[in-house]
Every structure is written in C-alpha cells, then in structure tokens.
Design a binder for this molecule. Structure first.
Ligand code: IVH
Length: 670
C-alpha cells in the first residue's frame, strides 16, 4: 500500500473505533459486537506496528502508557474546582430556594438541572484543539494531582473530541467512580488471591486512580460521568446547564442519563424521592442529588460564597453506613440447620431505619473481618438488604473486647453443632427434631416459589409452631378452622381462607413439590431438572447418586444431599403423610409430548407481562421443555419481551436474538 493509503486506512480505523466506543460507552447503544470491535482494533494495532511513525497519542491503541510514574506532579486548576453545600431536609431546601429568589429579586419559579450526586472523585480533563492534554484530581480545589496517564485508560473518556466544531480549549469536569458490579468483582478476585479488599466503591475508585502505574488503573473497572465545564476558550457554550451537558455529550463524553430539568422546589423534591427509591437499582453508588439553577445567566448573578456556588446545592440521602457498637452475638438456626452469627447492636439510624441487629454471615466472615464483641463497627444497610457489619473501626478498639465463639450445642434444640472441613457454615445436627429447622422448613414449603400457600407467611408459621399446632409440613393438612381462628390476630374469615389455600396446594407440580421439600442445594432449577428426569416422586426417592448425576446441573454434592435426604426415615414419613393427606401431582400440560419446537431452547424474560406473571410464563416455558435464563447472550433463542423492556431488548436486537411477545409465546406453546 502507498503511504497515503496507509495513513488513510489508519485514520479510517481510528474514526470507526472512536465512533463505536462512543456508541458503546456514552450512548449505551452499540452497533457492532465486541468481537467485531476487537477485529478493527487489532487491524489498527497491526498497521501501527508496521508503521510506528504514524502512531499518534490520540490513537485508540494508545490509552495505556508503558512507563509508570515516580510520583504525581501538581496541577494548578485553570479555574477553582468548587465544592457544594448540603441540605438534609425539605425545609433546608425551601430555605435554599428562598435565598435564590430573594437574591434574584423574583417570585418566578426557578428552573433547575437536577443530577445524581455520584459517590466518586471529581476530576478535570483539559482538551486543546480537541486533544486530551491533561487530567487532574480536584485536590484542594486550587491545586490537584496530574493523573493524565490514568484518565487516558478510561474507555469512556475520549482521547480526541468528536466532530470538528469544538472550543480551542475545553475543560470538562465530572466524577470518576466504580460501578457496583465491577467493585464486587474486584473484591472477589482480591479475596480469592488473599489480597486486601476495598472498603467501598468510592475508595476503590480513589485507589485505582491514584496508581503510579497506569497499567494497573487500566485493569480497574472505572467509569465517569461529566457534570459540567470549566475553562472554555474560543467557543460560546449554550445558555443553560442542561444544554451544556448535551453539548458535552455530543463531544464524546458520558453524561448521567438520570439527569433532567425540573421546576421549583416541588420538581426537586420529586426527583429526590424518585432517585432515593431507585437508589439500589442504579449500577453505581450515589449519596444524594444535586440541584443546579439551570440558566447560566442566573448562575452568574448568584455567584459564589467561599468555596461553594450559591446556585447549586447537594441534597444528601440518609447515610447507608453508620458507626455503632456490638453489644453481643447470638446464633440463629436456619432451615438447613445453618448457624448464622447475628450481632446485637447499640441501635443506630442507618439507611433510613433504626437497626439493632446485623448479620455476620458465618464464622469465616467473623474471623476475616476480625470482629469481636464490644467492637465499634461500621454497619451498612443498602436498600432492602439485611443490614451487615461492613468492618471494624480498629482505631477505636478497646482492650476488653471479647472473642466470638461458635457454640458447641445448637442454641435452639441442644443438638451437637457440626462443621465440615472446608465449609464456612456450621450446622445443627438435630434435623427436624430442631424447632428452628422445622419452622424454617415449613416457611420454605409454604413460600411463593414452593407450594405457594396464600396467606401462610413467616409470622403465621411461627405462631402455628409456637402454639404447637404444627410440627411438620404434613400437619398443615390436619389444621381446622377453629384452632387457627383461636390464634392471636386471626379470625374465622382469615382462618377459613387459610384452610382453603392449604387445600388448593394439594395439587402441585412435581417440580414445585421437590423444591418445597427443602433438600439442601436443590433450588428451583435443580428441582425442575429432577422432576423432568425422574417423572415420579417414587423414582426420585429410589434413585442413587450415580443416576442422579446424569441429571443436568446435578453434581456429586447435590446427588449426595438428595440421597441423604431420602435416606432419613423422618423425611420419608413426612412425605408419606403428605401423600396420605391427598397431595397429587399435576401432570405437566405437555410433559409427555415435549414441544418439539421449544425443547432445549433457551428463553429470557424481560419487561412487564400482562396476560400472566413472569413466574407463570416461566412455568409454561419450562413445561414445554425449554430453559429460562436470567441473562441474555448469543446462545439465547428467544427473548420474551413485555412492556417497558429495557436494556435486554436492545441487547437481543443487537445479538440478533428472536424477540417475541406474550401472544407469540402462546402460539409457540400450542
Ligand atoms: S457539581 C460548582 N455535580 O460533589 C459545583 N458535583 O461536594 C461543583 N459531585 O467535588 C460540583 N456528583 O466530586 C457536581 N452531579 C454532580 C456531582 C458532584 C458528585 C461531587 C464532586 C464535587 C462534590 C462537591
């Protein structure tokens, strides 16, 4: 190829790679597969290898520099990087709003650009003539550290601005953070290698960005959202903050898609509530929201106080982490006899509720985190998940803290506690003799995905066991309205509804029934596979480890658990009683005639369905001999998409997976 042609080819490849990066990272709307991207990338790499003189620093291949730094150098910010004042309540927000109206001398409703407050670190990135020249941390707001090499490794940050209409000098500001999934994976790997884990995504992001070796930063799952501009020369930015963000996005930067424009305090509060409720569904941590007066002219009128603008404020969410003291540790016994250490805490307000217990998971975890009774600890409650002890504050440890010991006897029934070599979990050996295990086993049996007994919730099971009305799941079918109605908070009506629901449960599918038995490690899918393979309960009971291991997803451990379960006389007795009570298995609609078209196919379900629930759709699909998976890949055969189908739908389209609706599913099932 002639030199000109090579240059042309290289330019073209770079252009394509930049565009596809942008589609992928910024618009979240890729046009090509990862492997196609890799192919283009390798082609460019090869050409650059053959013609090193044509390599430029803004080439997509030049993200990771080879030489680690000795130390970070200091950078003077061209314009100070300010911080934000906080409000913690609607009253304080009202006061902020009033101050703004007063200063502007207006009663008019003020328009705000509202954004999540990302929990990462602020960075400044400067472009000259469209090329990334410098990136810096916020530091003290005036001087930061030069992290250019590290920022270049973030794929979502363009090395060159897109398009050809951009400022001579552009400073973009935003937050670098680590998405939750990446953080969990990073810590999982660290744990596996016996290395130190990061305390939270924020610390992980900070630690990753402050690496002298950009090769390390490149391996960390960092992301960035831009939330403003700093110095701009040779260009007139639009007159509203929201429009500036749109322009920044067009130049190639990721901007948070939750951001929007609202009117007045009311609009701000609604945004706050929405995000607070959706906080856990976001892929990244946020610690509040930020309201910014949208009109730049008004921002300029309002100006600054000390280090923060008067035109913006952060509205903080309740903290998800608080410090408190471990008063004592108890052990709870679960359905399978697993003993879980639970910390009794000095009550503390965290994540919007008062927390006085937190799980310690198991003794390995207690040792790993070096938790003692009397320790000051950080309790974390994120969303609806069970509060947990995140870590000990070692600097506050006193000399009289006490060790936590695994009891030798079950705290509920007194049977011996066993711990198998290499297993983190210790178990009560009492089996169904243990009241705790009985209660938990009955709760599981009645639960939605098992026998789905309407109205028989955890509390009621506890009441029934406490009152001595039931000892095993078979006893449920002997209950009568009178004795149930006599329980506290029950009446004739709810008692007879319960008995009715129990009677309805006499006709489960075999798969649900197997799952409901609560055999260790036999989840929904395994139960279904077992039901499909053995077709009758009798055959399953008589199976041995060898035949069990022929079943998909069943390995030696599960096979052992199944055999062990049916070898125990008390389990067989209960099953016999259940059959005597009238349990009969529903024949799967198409069990004998497996649907030819669907047998062995893989489905993914997304969005809101209308003619059935997702569980019902899943049952139907599985009954036809197909599998239901939770994540979409090239191996998926069908995506069943309901209303408001989101990213899975776009991914399916991208991968060429067949997308069907509920009606089309019914047709396939016929
Ligand atoms: S604007 C003049 N917007 O919060 C306003 N900051 O407390 C300067 N932050 O240092 C910042 N999300 O690290 C802004 N959407 C957002 C933000 C945000 C997170 C951080 C940023 C800043 C700190 C100020």
């Amino acid at each position: 190829m002639a030199k000109d042609n090579i240059q042309h080819k290289i330019d073209d490849l770079r252009q394509q790679l930049r565009r596809h990066s942008y589609l992928y990272y910024v618009l979240d709307d890729p046009e090509i597969s990862d492997s196609e991207y890799d192919r283009l990338y390798r082609e460019l790499e090869q050409l650059e290898k053959e013609h090193p003189e044509l390599i430029t620093s803004d080439s997509p291949t030049q993200r990771v520099g080879a030489t680690p730094l000795k130390s970070f150098s200091q950078v003077q910010h061209l314009m100070p990087m300010l911080s934000l004042d906080n409000v913690f309540s609607e009253n304080e927000l009202q006061a902020f709003y009033k101050r703004i109206q007063d200063r502007l001398g207006t009663d008019n409703t003020v328009e705000f650009a509202v954004e999540p407050k990302l929990d990462g670190l602020a960075v400044s990135i400067v472009y000259e003539n469209g090329e990334l020249v410098r990136a810096a941390t916020r530091g003290d707001g005036t001087t930061g550290e030069d992290i250019t090499q590290n920022i270049r490794t973030l794929h979502s940050v363009p090395l060159r601005l897109l398009g050809d209409d951009f400022p001579d000098v552009l400073e973009v500001r935003g937050e670098v953070f680590m998405p939750k999934a990446g953080f969990d994976e990073l810590n999982r790997l660290a744990r596996e290698k016996g290395e130190k884990t990061f305390v939270n995504p924020r610390n992980a992001a900070a630690g990753s960005l402050r690496q002298l070796d950009p090769g390390i930063t490149a391996k960390r799952p960092l992301a960035m959202y831009c939330y403003g501009a700093g110095i701009v020369e040779g260009y007139d930015l639009p007159g509203k903050h929201s429009e500036i963000l749109q322009q920044i996005k067009r130049w190639g930067f990721p901007v948070c898609s939750e951001s929007k424009v609202v009117e007045g305090v009311q609009g701000c509060v609604e945004f706050y509530e929405t995000l607070l409720n959706n906080r856990d569904r976001l892929a990244y941590d946020i610690d509040g929201v930020v309201y910014k007066v949208n009109q730049i002219a008004l921002q300029n009128k309002l100006g600054f106080v000390a280090r923060a603008p008067r035109w913006a404020i952060a509205h903080k969410f309740p903290a998800q982490e608080e410090i408190t003291t471990i008063l004592d540790v108890d052990f709870q016994v679960g359905r399978t006899g697993a003993l879980t250490p639970v910390a009794r805490l000095e009550p503390v307000f965290v994540g919007g509720v008062t927390v006085s217990n937190a799980t310690l998971h198991n003794m390995d975890e207690v040792r790993r985190k070096d938790i003692h009774i009397g320790d000051k600890v950080i309790v974390r409650r994120a969303g609806d998940v069970i509060p947990e002890v995140a870590r000990v504050v070692m600097s506050l440890r006193s000399s009289d803290v006490r060790q936590i010991h695994l009891p030798k006897q079950c705290p509920v029934c007194g049977s011996d506690v066993e711990q198998t070599e290499g297993e983190a979990v210790a178990r009560c050996s009492g089996g169904l003799f243990c009241k705790a295990q009985r209660t938990e086993a009955i709760k599981h049996y009645a639960s939605r995905k098992a026998m789905d007994i309407d109205g028989l919730g955890d509390k009621l099971v506890e009441q029934l066991v406490e009152a001595g009305l039931i000892n095993t799941v078979a006893d449920l079918y002997r209950l009568n309205v009178g004795e149930v109605a006599a329980l506290e908070r029950m009446g004739e009506k709810s008692a007879s509804n319960l008995i009715e629901a129990i009677t309805v449960s006499l006709q489960p599918t075999l798969a649900r029934f197997i799952y409901a038995l609560g055999i260790r490690e036999v989840g929904e899918t395994t139960a279904l596979n077992l039901a499909n393979a053995f077709e009758s309960l009798d055959a399953l009971i008589k199976s041995d480890e060898e035949s069990l291991q022929q079943v998909p997803d069943v390995g030696p451990v599960v096979a052992q658990h199944v055999v062990k379960f049916f070898s125990q006389q008390h389990n067989v007795d209960v099953i016999k009683q259940l059959l005597d009570a009238g349990i009969r298995f529903k024949q799967r609609a198409v069990s004998a005639v497996v649907n030819e078209q669907l047998n062995g196919k893989t489905f993914v379900i997304t969005g809101t369905l209308h003619s059935m629930t997702r569980d019902q759709a899943k049952d139907k699909i599985q009954a036809a001999g197909a599998k239901v998976s939770s994540s979409i890949s090239a191996k998926t055969d069908y995506l069943l998409a309901g209303e408001k189908a989101g990213s899975k739908l776009s991914k399916a389209e991208q991968l060429g997976v067949k997308v069907i609706n509920e009606q089309q599913l019914e047709v396939l099932l016929q």
